[in-house]
Structures are given as structure tokens and as C-alpha cells.
Unconditional design. Structure first.
Length: 334
């Protein structure tokens, strides 16, 4: 089972990942710093001020050394892969899937953007990424990666040997290393949850990124198009980050020096619209974050069934009371 993404709709509207591997998402670029040195990005022959999602997807393809955004998945994945990590995510009704991509098997140690989704009306989006963490001797990222692994793999109920602030230090270094970053600010302290006895860390931050060239001025910096000098707007966003790590069953399979993978959910929205604790996006952020979970497929399936049954009961009660029920649900029940 490669993973499951559900919308807030009945079972038959559940979307499965199509074949294909797309490099997209803002923070995947920064998190590549946690792995071995990636290939250099291919040069661009022309500059146009892209939208946020287009710019990030294009940059992701470049840094991964891809000639195009969409890469075919290896046809041998299904045959060569051991059991893949099961995971799930639930999208609110107003959110739409933009990309769903194949999860590489554990032995293919490469970063991957698995899901890109969003709410176009609110200019909100999310990315789910899976990144192998380097702990190799001599790797400058290894100490931070080991601290993160140590914290997140400590059994729930026991005290990790490192504090939570130290555990996410490497993550913060990656955030602050984003190309074009002009401002970075943490919002409150990181928190932890442990559904299914797996630890997850959540934290929020604000950032401002220039997708063009930064011009310094007396009244402040501006972002410009390198070709004609025209002004390009900064991407001012608030992010909610949820992370966990897993060896994806390697230790249970007898491996003595397993690779651990960072699993990351990044939800973001425009800074102005996310003031006052996420504003109109507050409920969506809460719903998405709480639904993001890795685990045993059978247990995750049980949770999904319970959610669907509860939703069905609510819709049936609404219908009995003469309250309008979502059109999609009535069509599926007909």
C-alpha cells in the first residue's frame, strides 16, 4: 500500500496515486540539503514571473536534474519493492488534488514529492514529501539528522535524549537556506502529538521569498525580474509543518544500519489571510494536520472506515431533518 489521500466525501471519491514522479513543492528544495549533494539545477533561458505553485514545481524539477516536470515511474517498482510505508491524508471538501505521485520503494533512496494539493480560492496549498536522511560519517548534516531521528523514534511515553528544539534544528537550517529567502520567523514553540504511538512534531513559521532577483534599496528590498527589472511580488506565506521519521520496516527486516526517511507535510497560505491563528484556513489546517498519519495499513484502514461511517450517519440524519445534503453524496447513494 503506497498511501491514501481522502477528501471529505464518501468512499468512492477517494483518489489513488497515478504513476509518475513529479518534483514539486517549496520545502523539498531546502530539504535536499539533508541528503547527499543533489545535481545542479539546469539553467533557465528566459525569466517570467511565475505563480507560486508553478515556480516551485519548476525549481523542484531543475534541482533534481529533470528535463521535464513529469517523470515516468519505474515499471519495476511494483516487482522490486518490499512493502511500502502505509500513510494517509484527508483533504477538506474545498481542497483539490493537483498532483499525486508514486512512492519510491525503500531501497530507492531519493527524495520525492508525493502529493501537491490546495484551495485555489484561498491561495492555500500543501505538499507531502518523503526525504531520506543522511547520517553518513563526515556529512555536515548528520548530527542534526541524528538528533531528529533520535527524538522522533523514541517510544511514546519515554523521554527523548535531545530536546525538541534541538531535534528540529536541522529543519530550521533548511528552511532558512531557501533560495531567495528575505524573512523567516517562527510562530510559537514546536509541539508534539503521538497517534498510533508514533511521534510527530508540528511547528509554524512565516517567510518571505523572492522568486526573482533581490534589489536592495534605502526604503527596503524589492524583488525584480532579472530580464527587464520589473517588480515581482514576494511570496509572503505562513506554513504549518508536520514531520515524522521512519525506517519503513528496515529494522524489522533485519537491517543493522537502516536509512531513515523524513516524512513531511507542509500546509501554507498567504500571510495576510492567515493572521489571527490562520484565519479562514484554521479549520482546514487542523483537519489536514490531524489526518496525516503513517502506520500499519490495517489500522489506518480501520480509522478510515470509522470516519466514513460517522460521516454517513451525519448525512443520513441531515436528510431525515430536511437539511440539504451535498450533491455528490446523494448521487453516490442513488
Amino acid at each position: 500500500m503506497a498511501g491514501r489521500v481522502e477528501s471529505s466525501r464518501p468512499r468512492s471519491s477517494v483518489l489513488r496515486r497515478p504513476a509518475g514522479l513529479l518534483a514539486a513543492g517549496a520545502l523539498l528544495l531546502a530539504f535536499l540539503r539533508l541528503v547527499s549533494q543533489p545535481p545542479r539545477a539546469a539553467g533557465r533561458t528566459a525569466f517570467s514571473a511565475p505563480g507560486r505553485r508553478e515556480a516551485l514545481a519548476a525549481a523542484g524539477a531543475g534541482i533534481l536534474g529533470c528535463g521535464t516536470l513529469l517523470l515516468p515511474a519505474s515499471p519495476s517498482y511494483a516487482q522490486q519493492a518490499p512493502q511500502q510505508q502505509a500513510w494517509q491524508l484527508k483533504l477538506p471538501r474545498s481542497w483539490r488534488m493537483f498532483e499525486q505521485n508514486e512512492q519510491p520503494p525503500p531501497e530507492v533512496k531519493m527524495p520525492a514529492t508525493l502529493v501537491v494539493a490546495g484551495n485555489i480560492e484561498l491561495s492555500a496549498d500543501l505538499v507531502v514529501a518523503r526525504v531520506p536522511l543522511s547520517t553518513a560519517a563526515g556529512d555536515p548534516n548528520a548530527p542534526d539528522n541524528k538528533a531528529l531521528i533520535d527524538y522522533l523514534t523514541t517510544p511514546a511515553g519515554k523521554t527523548p535524549s535531545v530536546p525538541i528544539d534541538k531535534a528540529i534544528n536541522g529543519m530550521l537550517v533548511s528552511h532558512k537556506g531557501q533560495m531567495g529567502l528575505q524573512r523567516f520567523q517562527m510562530i510559537a514553540k514546536p509541539t508534539e502529538r503521538a497517534p498510533g504511538k508514533r511521534r510527530y512534531i508540528n511547528y509554524d513559521f512565516e517567510d518571505s521569498i523572492c522568486p526573482g532577483v533581490v534589489q536592495q534599496g534605502v526604503k527596503g528590498n524589492t524583488c525584480t525580474n532579472p530580464e527587464d527589472g520589473s517588480t515581482v511580488p514576494f511570496f509572503d506565506r505562513r506554513h504549518s509543518i508536520t514531520i515524522t521519521v521512519t525506517d519503513e520496516g528496515a529494522i524489522a527486516a533485519g537491517q543493522k544500519d537502516p536509512t531513515y526517511y523524513l516524512w513531511l507535510l507542509d500546509i501554507s497560505g498567504p500571510l495576510e489571510a492567515t493572521k489571527n491563528d490562520w484565519g479562514d484556513l484554521a479549520q482546514a489546517v487542523k483537519e489536514i494536520t490531524s489526518s496525516f498519519e503513517l502506520g500499519d495499513e490495517a489500522k489506518l484502514e480501520t480509522k478510515r472506515n470509522q470516519t466514513i461511517e460517522a460521516q454517513s450517519a451525519i448525512f443520513d440524519k441531515m436528510k431525515e431533518q430536511g437539511i440539504e445534503v451535498p450533491k455528490e453524496y446523494l448521487e453516490l447513494r442513488a
